[in-house]
Ligand binder design. Structure first.
Ligand code: FAD
Length: 345
């Protein structure tokens, strides 16, 4: 009989992150298709009661908690100790965690302590005839693989954005507290603060409905023989501000900054989508002034509906990579789009 444990930490406000709810959804789906399995949850944080109550209407039968100020911050030694203690108390055979940077750091070490195995970037979990299998992508999301293991405990890091979040409903649950004896050495590291870009400079928004991608065309000479980079910046930022879309870029455009050419000031390599960039997940994507070459579009694997604006009717998008291609001047189109958005249309 499998005991499926979902591990999560609480957020600063005592809530559970979307990624934790997604991991719970994956675990609950697995539990449903696996006869005789048990579904339990382990929560780590300063105080976990509110988070446990927020998922009370899930099929979870037992809640474990490791609490206290020592467990409120992201720190390998204390997170690993808490996870280890909960896994032992729950006698978990399958451990499902959201693959956030905090959990991804801890997962392999805890698996090693139990002689278990850890798999990362899991995008699907299923069971048939009592056999569990997981799926994940390989070769920069070009191939999907399905694998199974007999080794237990098996730790599964669920890629955020790959599942729907469980909408579990609130209530009141009893949390069984698990004691962890922390040696002084495990508290040597402390988080002294968080540095993050200002809200308006934060252009990468994983939760956005739309991915807006900019290509090198925005900085190229236009029909009048001139470049119009300031106007491009104005149009792109204006659109992002009104639509709250996430900003992606082609490699050519972000590379230009390093080569000393005119480039959009708010772009960095973190925005790059593609084989050597990111593979974001959004319901829709709009590409502008980008050619749609294979190393770029491989990063669009998880974009639902793809549209592109390019002047070139023979670009990669036209060759089957976009659902809709507008052969048009992106300066003119985005100017009109911004106008309509401002008018509330
Ligand atoms: C090993 C390897 C890995 C790579 N990894 C990546 C990766 O991860 N991500 C990535 O993006 N690339 C990657 N590349 C590079 C990739 O092959 C392309 O060179 C790059 O994506 C091209 O960028 P671009 O389309 O922005 O620029 P360009 O190819 O210069 O295309 C610009 C486009 O803008 C259009 N345009 C110009 N003005 C306008 C206008 N006013 N309105 C509308 N359209 C206009 C032009 O018609 C043209 O189609 C990789 C390449 C290699 C070899």
């Amino acid at each position: 009989m499998e005991t499926i444990l979902v591990l999560a930490h609480t957020e600063a406000a005592g809530t559970l992150a979307q990624s934790a709810r997604e991991a719970l959804h994956a675990a609950a789906t697995l539990h449903k298709s696996l006869a005789d399995s048990k579904l339990v949850v382990g929560l780590i944080g300063d105080n976990v009661q509110a988070s446990a109550n927020s998922i009370a209407a899930s099929p979870v039968t037992k809640y474990f908690g490791v609490t206290g100020a020592d467990f409120s911050q992201s720190r390998y030694a204390t997170d690993a100790a808490a996870a280890e203690a909960i896994c032992k108390a729950a006698q978990a055979t399958i451990v499902v965690v959201p693959a956030t940077s905090r959990w991804a750091r801890v997962l392999p070490g805890v698996a090693q302590r139990f002689g278990g195995r850890a798999d990362t970037h899991i995008t699907g979990v299923a069971a048939a005839d009592g056999k569990i299998s997981v799926s994940r992508w390989y070769y920069r999301q070009r191939m999907e693989g399905e694998l199974t293991r007999t080794q237990r405990p098996w730790f599964l890091g669920i890629d955020p954005g790959s599942q729907v979040a469980c909408d579990c409903g609130t209530g009141t649950v009893v949390v069984e507290m698990v004691a962890v004896n922390l040696p002084a050495a495990s508290k040597r590291t402390s988080v002294v603060g968080l540095r993050e870009p200002k809200a308006e400079a934060q252009t990468i928004r994983p939760d956005a409905q739309l991915l807006f991608v900019t290509g090198a065309g925005w900085t190229k000479k236009q029909a009048d023989g001139q470049t119009h980079v300031p106007r491009a910046e104005e149009l792109i930022l204006g659109f992002l501000k009104q639509s709250r879309a996430s900003l992606g870029s082609s490699k050519s455009l972000v590379d230009q900054g390093g080569e000393g050419q005119a480039v959009l000031s708010f772009l960095s390599h973190l925005n790059q989508v593609g084989q050597t960039g990111a593979t974001p997940r959004h319901a829709k994507g709009l590409s502008t002034c980008c050619h749609g070459e294979e190393p770029h579009t491989v990063g669009w694997r998880f974009i639902g509906e793809r549209r592109a604006i390019s002047l070139d009717p023979n670009c990669g998008w036209a060759r089957g990579k976009a659902d809709v291609l507008y052969v048009a001047d992106a300066f003119a189109v985005m100017s009109k789009v911004n106008e309509l958005l401002a008018a509330g249309k």
